[in-house]
Ligand binder design. Structure first.
Ligand code: SAM
Length: 227
């Protein structure tokens, strides 16, 4: 079974939860008539809540993976689900671009540059990304994520990347352990029925890393706007 097949059985493909999304919607001032782009929607972890937050607005869910897009379209008929590259987003304009755990694929500067031109006046971006969460810097964590192509940095460095791209931070918080458990608990269950030994080993190693060193890193959730 492929990675996509595994995730098609899960409703989250990264850390996050309803509570932190609600917080972001509040900081962003998302209104009932908001036009929202869920960039890198995966299997629609947050798409339903975004829809509920904007009953008089509209939600588009965008992902590079066609199977995820098809799943989201079937789960949420009211959403416009589209296969595509969030580096070249649909024109909008969007009052909110929400991107949970997907920005690392582009990098902060490239994502924010790509999104600036499709935001409505007063529009905001909310995204989550991996950071050191405390003073400990376990080498095992650095090495694990480096092998995935992700360089660890702290929350101040992340905010510096946002500022360097010409954006201002309106609010920032951690996703926290509940959001990781919301991702990893169902993933662990799904791995029990998975036959691809390499895939199982890779995810078990990631989950074991979090159980051992998870106090040292977290997803930082930021709400930002053009400066
Ligand atoms: C870690 S998953 C997070 C998915 C979802 N937001 C969640 O929290 O469960 C990252 C998602 O980004 C998508 N993705 C990666 N690069 C992309 C790109 N350039 N354009 C659109 N989607 C992309 C992947 O297919 C994947 O579904």
């Amino acid at each position: 079974m492929s990675l996509v097949d595994l995730f098609l059985r899960l409703d989250r493909a990264g850390p996050g939860d309803a509570e932190s999304l609600r917080w972001a919607l509040g900081v962003a001032g998302t209104r009932a008539d908001a036009r929202i782009l869920d960039a890198g929607c995966g299997t629609g972890a947050d798409t339903g809540m975004l829809l509920a937050a904007a009953p008089q607005g509209r939600v588009m869910a965008l992902d590079a993976a066609p199977d995820f897009v098809a799943l989201v379209a079937s789960k949420y008929p009211a959403v416009s689900a589209r296969q595509g590259d969030m580096a070249a987003p649909p024109r909008g304009p969007w009052d909110l671009i929400w991107s949970a755990g997907a920005v690392y694929n582009l990098g902060i500067g490239r994502a924010l540059d790509a999104w600036r031109g499709v935001l409505a006046p007063g529009g905001r971006v909310a995204f989550s990304d991996l950071c050191w969460a405390g003073p400990a810097r376990p080498q095992a964590v650095t090495d694990f994520f480096a092998a995935e192509g992700v360089a660890m940095r702290d929350a101040a460095a992340l905010e510096a990347e946002v500022a360097a791209a010409g954006w201002r931070v309106l609010g920032a918080r951690w996703i926290g352990r509940a959001g990781w458990a919301r991702y990893y608990d169902p993933l662990e269950v799904a791995l029990a029925g998975e036959r691809d030994a390499d895939l199982v080993a890779a995810f078990r190693a990631e989950i074991a890393l979090w159980k051992r060193w998870g106090e040292s890193y977290d997803y930082r959730l930021l709400v930002v706007e053009p400066a």
